[in-house]
Design a protein around this ligand. Sequence first.
Ligand code: ADP
Ligand code: F6P
Length: 471
Amino acid sequence: MRQSSLVVIANRLPLDDNAAPDGACEWRRSPGGLASALHAILEQTPATWVGWAGGVGPAPALPDVGTLRLQPVSLTEEELRGYYEGFANSTLWPLYHDAVQQPTFDRGWWETYRTVNRRFAEAAAAVAEPGAAVWVQDYHLQLVPAMLRDLRPDLLIGFFMHVPFPPPELYMQLPRRVELLRGMLGADLVGFQREQAAHNVAQLAKKLLGAHATDDAITVGGRTVRTGAFPVSIDVAEMRALATRPDVVTQAGQLRHSLGEPKRVLLSVDRLDYTKGIEHRLTAYSELLRDGYVKVRDTVMVQVAVPSRERVESYRDLRDRIEGEVGRINGEYGRVGEPAIHYLNQPFSRSDLAALYLTADVMVVTPLRDGMNLVAKEFVAAREDGAGALVLSEFAGAAAELEQAFLVNPHDVDGLKATLLRAMEANGEDLAARMSSMRRHLTEHDIMAWARAYLSALDHSGRLAERLTAP
Ligand code: ADP
Ligand code: F6P
């Protein structure tokens, strides 16, 4: 087996299989923040990405993506249920997102989570050169750092958590809280989106492991693990290039025309997930329509909600509720050929997304809790014209960086309505000033800056970070 000096392990590979109309298998980039971010930095870097290719049964043979080699890990039907749909997405995901949905603690899922984590650790150990760096991603694989250290003590091990890491009072609910904490602390460097998360982990390490811990280092079992905040970002240059391409600009104009040339277009783009606050947003919009603050012909809302985790019951229920509510709002306020909300439950290409971002007057990003939220950053990067307003939840990691957005508490529906109106009515000068300062921030803090900051903290020699620029 070919070996690499840089190995990334993430639950999902950056490609999804997609059945083409003729039944053949086509590969397409998977939606989701992690895949978007890492795909952008690794496409040009000699490395191996270990991950699941979607589906069950024997892992398919996968094409390389540029210089990136893909090493698939297979899952059985039972593992998919216990590890991905169960422990990762029905226990950890809701708990880590402020328990906005009740987490399920099913004792049967734990063993499967551990078995699958071991498989990922073994797959990475098999493709890592002696002394290689292995970068483990996200809550699906929280046990992998310690497992890898046992298997391969020669490796430099990084871990990055893309989702929020909860405060101790929530984390303490986890039946396997000690094992999960020890697993993550098997890394040399544990990175988070926000400093608060590093603080939470330090508190837990003291409480549960008796460790000596500060917000940037935890000493336990004779080893010191460094921790810190590394807010993830996007490929700003890619989004700018897309959004200034003449065909994309033309497409945006056509979209606006198809929407009936309204005065204002409100846009939301989310994975269809209960953390994204889609229902709160629909309530706010529906009340604005009811109370006559917005009128269907003048204002149009576009809600893109790409299907996600559809085999998990809570996601299917959410989809039913959202589709019911969109239907109700359109039934009540729409006119023939003029719906109040255009609802699109499908994946889009990067250029289609760029055209949508260009069409929006107000981008509405209102998650109840989000590790970062890259959609907000993509919108800002796309708006070279300096126009457009960003309404952004205070509970998205991105709010700490995009402070000039119209920040809002999405749980407060009245506050959300008032903020939407403020954003819709803001003057061009105000919007341009806000946008220009957010764009400046993003230019300096793009995805490459994130990867360099993380990798040079992992490997002080700087050699690892230098490899990112390799052709
Ligand atoms: P999460 O990681 O929770 O999915 P983020 O906002 O951080 O949320 O990242 C979502 C990513 O998925 C973005 O890069 C966005 O462009 C992409 N995405 C969202 N909706 C779609 C869609 N309908 N089709 C394709 N990609 C999408
Ligand atoms: O950003 C959080 C995350 O879980 C990522 O790991 C993933 O890219 C994204 O959400 C999409 O989720 P899933 O891989 O379950 O479709």
